[in-house]
Design a protein around this ligand. Structure first.
Ligand SMILES: *[C@@H]1O[C@H](CO)[C@@H](O)[C@H](O)[C@H]1NC(C)=O
Length: 179
């Protein structure tokens, strides 16, 4: 009986000792209420940068470990606006949608018809205690078409002219190209 009691107490004592020790040196980013570090629940790299073209579709990734039962919410950092909560869009701006793949842990934020002012940081927050978040930076670029060797081209009579049109900074394939 006495031995059994000791076996129960020793691990707790050691746990307390080790947690006070680690608090002195470096602070672990996530700790549960027992003071032991909590695992990173994300499979998406923190501070990932996404580039989207103006007017296009931006997909901000957030993959959580499949065993996470917590709710995922997306928050726009510039004004701390809650955009989505679970599967529902919280914002009145219907350009924001969450794209969820069950059993895969995917919780991407889709922003349709992106604008210049959509640039900045977005937070994918997991409702566990304490909360865990990753940040995704959205960069907006403007796609442009450019003709090589323009504006002036000199060619000999009866020779073939080859004009090349280059699409610059495009993040999506154009639906059409006009000449
Ligand atoms: C991601 O980075 C931010 C700082 O940029 C930090 O506050 C946050 O805890 C990090 N998230 C994870 C899961 O490491």
């Amino acid at each position: 009986m006495e031995l059994k009691k000791w076996n129960l107490h020793v691990p707790w004592f050691l746990l307390l000792l080790s947690s006070t020790h680690s608090d002195v040196g470096k602070k672990t980013s996530f700790q549960n209420h027992f003071g032991s570090p909590l695992q990173n629940q994300f499979n998406t790299k923190n501070n990932t940068r996404v580039i989207a073209q103006k007017g296009g579709l931006a997909i901000l990734p957030c993959v959580v470990k499949i065993n996470s039962p917590a709710t995922v919410s997306w928050i726009r950092r510039k004004d701390f606006q809650l955009l989505t909560l679970g599967l529902s869009t919280h914002s009145s701006d219907k350009r924001f949608l969450v794209e969820h793949t069950r059993h895969m842990g995917h919780w991407s934020l889709r922003i349709k018809a992106v604008r210049e002012e959509d640039r900045g940081f977005y937070e994918c927050q997991l409702s566990i205690y304490p909360t865990q978040s990753i940040f995704i930076e959205l960069k907006i670029v403007e796609a442009a078409a450019e003709i090589s060797s323009a504006p002036e081209l000199h060619i000999d009579e009866a020779s073939t002219l080859r004009l090349e049109c280059k699409l610059k900074r495009a993040t999506e394939n154009p639906s059409f190209v006009f000449w």
